[in-house]
Design a protein around this ligand. Structure first.
Ligand code: SF4
Length: 276
């Protein structure tokens, strides 16, 4: 069956084969048995619906994706994310108030068939069984490129076993998250484990720090970012809800840019780090 996939916008993960189309209306020679409109972000829904109406002229259209609270089924490599990206589990057993993953995909982790890829998008790989994690890490070791934990690592689930796997895997991109003040203690405990196996010496592991959520302040956000540096992580500020509906959005965006720019963050780290 010939399926054209249409994406409202290009991201790093958007497939780039001939049947993956970004943001355009159908043209004279487009032919398919089905058209799938894949939507990651809710703000793209109006554009997705416009595209769906146009693509109905070519073939029956299905619209879905995270923006439509799609619970996600088995992962098909290369279909909605480009080759190299992989998803081996869906859902999350946590219930973070700002997160859609558990609301869309379920409050229990579902382990899927493992397909090759070096960029792991799982919401919470550390919540999977050891058996599943072992199979995923062994798959990652066979890849031609260094692994990336783009879906993030949950500090509260880190064990020495996980830390030892990180030493073997040598990911070139791995991030924890400091979303709310309660995340600090698990991050601190994870830092102890990571240091015990020789990691965190060069701030090689990152940590997203959520800023600008209701009742947050610049001084509280800055304290969290500095504490992240002092634990040995590389901090990356993430603005809550991309700054939508915030009163002083421009100031928050400026603050976020400063703490997300690698050069500026590098200077700040020299100032605040007690490890360098
Ligand atoms: S741990 Fe991560 S994936 Fe799970 S609910 Fe919290 S933010 Fe979402």
């Amino acid at each position: 069956m010939k399926i054209i996939r249409v994406f409202p916008r290009r991201t790093n993960a958007t497939p780039d084969d001939d049947l993956a189309i970004v943001g355009r209306m159908p043209q004279l020679f487009d032919e398919a048995d089905e058209v799938h409109i894949s939507v990651s972000f809710t703000w793209d829904i109006p554009q997705a619906e416009k595209l769906a109406r146009e693509w109905e002229r070519v073939a029956p259209v299905k619209v879905g994706g995270p923006a439509y609270k799609d619970p996600g089924g088995e992962f098909i490599p290369g279909r909605y994310v480009k080759n190299g990206y992989t998803i081996t589990s869906r859902g999350c057993p946590n219930k973070c108030w700002f997160c859609q993953a558990w609301k869309n995909e379920g409050n229990k982790v579902r382990e899927l068939e493992i397909h090759d890829g070096w960029n792991l998008l799982d919401n919470n790989i550390l919540a999977c069984s050891r058996e599943h994690q072992t199979a995923v890490y062994e798959m990652l070791l066979r890849q031609p490129r260094k692994p990336r934990f783009t879906g993030g690592l949950e500090a509260a689930r880190m064990t020495t076993w996980n830390a030892e796997w990180l030493v073997k895997l040598k990911p070139d991109y791995s991030y924890f998250a400091y979303d709310t003040p309660e995340d600090y203690e698990p991050l601190e405990a994870a830092a102890v484990l990571l240091k015990s196996v020789g990691l965190l010496r060069h701030h090689e592991i990152g940590c997203y720090v959520l800023i600008g959520y209701p009742k947050d302040s610049f001084s509280a956000a800055e304290k969290r970012l500095i504490k992240t540096v002092q634990l040995g992580y590389f901090p990356q500020a993430m603005l809550f809800n991309k700054g939508n509906n915030m009163e002083n959005v421009n100031e928050w965006r400026r603050f976020q840019r400063e703490w997300a720019n690698k050069v500026i963050v590098g200077h700040k780290m020299k100032t605040y780090s007690i490890h360098c």
